[in-house]
Design a binder for this molecule. Structure first.
Ligand SMILES: Cc1ncc(COP(=O)(O)O)c(C=O)c1O
Length: 391
């Protein structure tokens, strides 16, 4: 486990490293955007995948008990969630799960509520599926996001919302929603008959002093109202294998979702995805512990760098995720050209806040899951951009 080894990802069809020219209009950038890590994936996973090849025949495969038990054990040990095999629905990706859930639980024209800002596909998926999408802006209080429950309730009341899609923890702000906030949100959902989709793909990347609670574990009655989405791919840096799962306790919801999965063949994960998920949850726990130490050290490097070198720039200190959300309004450039400004002047590829929703417009998102030398290089490039405009 050498998290400081620099691995050349260029010319591997990596979205992060090989699509810079299209995304940033220049080839010559340090890419610190899309959320995968520049760290080698865990050895036990690589060995499990080699074993698939060594078995010689790459035929059809099904989710065996060892995979389902690996998922159950992980959810029990890490999230205090007791699940039966029947509650698990495999899915090629969390986004596929969102698409299937939308199709299963809503009709075209129905309304879906999301936070603003939030992970862009939460907007795009319902929209592409002809659902009406509404946003509830997050409030910034003491440098962190908070939910506006009055606004959420008003929209539930007035807009006949059918689904709420939550990122727990929050991408891009790195906030972990507290038990009290989850109770308020879920109680509102139940009161207004709204199903809660809880996307917990980042919930295993949690820094010391914080705990990420899955809303479905708070109260037995919540189980009927929540669809939990999870995956090993974010935590173990295996996004390319495409594998994830939903946890659905309520039989009626589950039947509706399975029906769409069967209609669309979206309830299937390929052999590599299943073996990788099992090896992640069963055999890569030591790697996960080491990763968390590295990510927390990197987070602390980033915040210390900003405090020292860019003291007037506000940011959100992540409690989870390897994403750092900082305010670039000081540059005084239009939100829709921020991404290209950072690329052109700093030669760094970041995600622009505007793509997360109108209230993210002033922000940029840095992915700090990189070896330390790249991290320092990236931070210097960000500083260069601010220095350029402050001349
Ligand atoms: C909140 C959130 N959900 C889902 C995804 C993507 O999940 P998948 O690759 O399984 O579709 C991401 C990736 O960054 C994410 O941040």
């Amino acid at each position: 486990m050498d998290f400081n080894e620099q691995i050349d990802r260029r010319q591997t069809d990596s979205i992060k490293w090989d699509t810079a020219e299209t995304v940033f209009d220049t080839k010559d950038i340090l890419p610190m955007w899309i959320a995968d890590m520049d760290f080698a994936s865990p050895q036990p996973i690589k060995e499990a995948l080699k074993k698939v090849i060594e078995e010689e025949i790459l035929g059809y495969s099904y989710p065996g008990d060892s995979l389902l038990n690996a998922i159950r054990n992980w959810q029990k040990d890490k999230h205090n969630m007791l699940i039966e095999k029947d509650h698990i629905l495999l899915s090629p990706g969390v986004l596929s799960s969102i698409a299937v859930t939308i199709a299963a639980l809503t009709e075209p024209g129905d309304s879906v509520l999301i936070h603003d800002p939030v992970y862009p596909p939460f907007y795009a998926m319902p929209e592409k599926n002809n659902r009406q999408i509404y946003r509830s802006p997050l409030i910034i209080s003491d440098g962190r996001y908070e939910m506006d429950f009055d606004n959420i309730e008003q929209q539930f009341k007035e807009k006949n919302i059918k689904l709420f899609i939550l990122s727990q923890p929050h991408n891009p702000g790195g906030r972990i929603w507290s038990k009290e906030e989850l109770v308020r949100l879920t109680d509102l959902c139940i009161h207004y008959g709204v199903t809660l989709i809880s996307d917990e793909i980042h919930s295993d990347l949690v820094y010391s002093g914080n705990t990420c609670i899955s809303p479905v574990t708070i109260d037995e009655t919540y189980k009927d109202w929540i669809v939990t989405l999870h995956s090993a791919t974010k935590t173990f840096n295996i996004a390319g294998v495409k594998a994830s799962f939903m946890i659905v306790f309520n039989k009626k919801l589950r039947d509706q979702i399975v029906k769409v999965q069967e209609e669309t063949e979206l309830g299937i994960v390929n052999t590599f995805g299943m073996r990788a998920t099992e090896a992640a949850f069963s055999d890569s726990r030591e790697w996960h512990e080491a990763l968390l130490l590295k990510l927390e050290a990197n987070r602390d490097i980033v915040t210390a760098y900003f405090d020292e070198n860019l003291p007037s720039i506000s940011y959100m200190k992540p409690e989870s995720t390897y994403l750092f959300w900082f305010n670039a309004s000081q540059l005084g450039v239009e939100h829709d050209v921020l991404r290209k400004t950072f690329a052109k002047i700093g030669k760094i590829g970041l995600n622009d806040g505007i793509s997360y929703g109108p209230s993210g417009g002033a922000y940029m998102r840095l992915n700090f899951a990189v070896p330390e030398s790249l991290l320092m290089e990236g931070l210097d490039r960000i500083k260069l951009v601010f220095d350029h405009f402050n001349k």
